[in-house]
Design a protein around this ligand. Structure first.
Ligand code: ARG
Length: 460
């Protein structure tokens, strides 16, 4: 027998490097609180079911409470020799209350224990993340309200396409973060299932009460199949997948904000609080935090790819490979929470150069569709209208005129259907405000979307 908690059938000590390589305590100590919580529920059940004497259950409970206090006070020290958080806690409990601590592991395995800790860990943290997402959405709505009529170029292929409002643009991101929010809400459902009671893989011979443990720990359901309970990491993969999609949204927003801060665009200016300078160039003001978030997208994608690959082809049930599940989730959680906070503050504090945005829509031919639509309403087939306006655009490019600068006679030479009333329709304001189709960019639509978005957030 060796000195490991599982050392009964072993005669030789672990090879050099093995303890270090095999240990997870370096990172799974983040689940220390959850490990104690799970043990408290388990021992309450063992006592209640008469699986161990109530007096022993009470002694263990008192010991676990003491460990909770020591943990909160930062007084617990963990060692690699004890491998992971579960064995470290068991050892600490044994040091505290003696061999009766060994009864805690009755009808339990580290396989269902680690799965339970991990579910608890994520379940405890999703609300804070979702609150942060709500805060980000609130800022987007407030800014969209303020900029419901701030006109800017809308792009396709990063070329000026049609005028839109900055409010409409911001609400597009509101929608993306709404879907993120809903995905995390769904993720909560699959995280809210208790694995404990599956034991190693097959269930247990002891008369356990899994529903009691679930109620103690606040889980809404228990896993139905013991093999699935200890093998399932879908909840972690769903979290990482949701995190990756969220980062994709943030990185797209980051990219646009970074572009818009450039001298060439100059649509916005970041507040000093969310910018950094250069150590050599005194004039610099860099959008570092948008860039860093864009960069961190890579690490979150990596976390998802890593765990997907770890889980690929794993036979049921527990395999040590699965110890690799925690670091990507812990890291992605910290990364996305930080990124969402950063964007909330950044969007709330940036300055919008409204004039500059609006001016960018005036001589860019982004009203060409207006003229084509105008002709179409006068009975010209849209295809033909498109061709006529295309030729007028070419003429304008060659002569240095915008469509609204061309004399009526020139316009009528191209299409006799054109009248004096065309000019009113060629302004960016008209282009925006005529887009009242459901989901369109008209100011009235944006204001309505803002109030709907507010109601949605208020109902949370
Ligand atoms: N440290 C392990 C992990 O994180 C705990 C489960 C170990 N179970 C086992 N049978 N070796 O996955």
């Amino acid at each position: 027998m060796t000195d490991k908690l599982w050392g009964g059938r072993f005669t030789a000590k672990a090879a050099k490097w093995v303890d270090q390589f095999g240990a997870s305590i370096g990172f799974d100590q983040q689940m220390a609180q959850e490990d104690l919580e799970g043990s408290l529920a388990h021992v309450a059940m063992l006592g209640q079911q008469g699986i161990i004497p109530q007096a022993d259950a009470d002694t263990i409970t008192a010991g676990l409470h003491q460990l909770q206090q020591q943990l909160a006070a930062g007084e617990l020290t963990f060692t690699v020799a004890n491998e992971d958080i579960h064995l470290n806690m068991e050892r600490l409990l044994t040091d505290l209350i003696g061999p009766v601590a060994g009864k805690l592991h009755t009808a339990r395995s580290r396989n269902d224990q680690v799965a339970t800790d991990f579910h608890l860990w994520l379940r405890h943290r999703l609300p804070e993340l979702m609150q942060a997402l709500s805060d980000l959405q609130s800022v987007l709505v407030a800014q969209a309200d303020q900029h419901a009529d701030t006109i800017m170029p809308g792009y396709t292929h990063l070329q000026h396409a049609q005028p839109i409002t900055y409010g409409h643009y911001l609400l597009a991101y509101f929608e993306m973060f709404q879907r993120d929010y809903e995905r995390f809400a769904f993720n909560q459902q699959h995280t809210d299932i208790l694995p404990l009671g599956a034991a190693a893989l097959a269930g247990t011979t002891f008369p356990i009460d899994r529903e009691f443990v679930a109620a103690q720990l606040g889980f809404s359901a228990v896993y139905h199949n013991s093999l699935d309970a200890v093998s399932d990491r879908d909840f972690a993969l769903e979290f990482l997948s949701n995190a990756a999609i969220l980062m994709q949204h943030l990185s797209r927003l980051a990219e646009e904000l970074i572009l818009w801060c450039t001298y060439e665009f100059n649509y916005i200016e970041m507040s000093d609080a969310f910018s950094t300078g250069s150590s050599i160039m005194p004039q610099k003001k860099n959008a570092d935090f948008a860039e860093l978030t864009r960069g961190k997208t890579g690490r979150v994608y990596g976390a998802l790819m890593g765990l997907l690959t770890t889980m690929k082809s794993l036979p049921l049930a527990y395999n040590k490979d699965m110890q690799e599940d925690k670091e990507p989730v812990f890291d992605a959680y910290t990364t996305i929470l930080g990124s969402v906070h950063i964007f909330t503050g950044m969007l709330d504090s940036l300055t919008v150069h409204e004039e500059r945005m609006h001016d960018a829509t005036i001589r860019d031919f982004s009203n060409a569709t207006e003229l084509a639509d105008y002709l179409a309403t006068k009975g010209v087939p849209f295809r033909k209208a498109h061709a006529i306006v295309g030729e007028l655009v070419l003429h304008g490019l060659q002569t240095g005129q915008s469509l609204q600068d061309m004399p009526l006679a020139d316009l009528q030479a191209a299409a006799p259907e054109i009248d004096q009333d065309v000019y009113a329709e060629l302004s960016s304001e008209a282009a925006v405000n005529r887009r009242t189709s459901l989901g369109g960019t008209a100011v009235a639509n944006v204001r309505q979307e803002v109030s709907q978005a507010r109601a949605l957030l208020a109902a949370r």
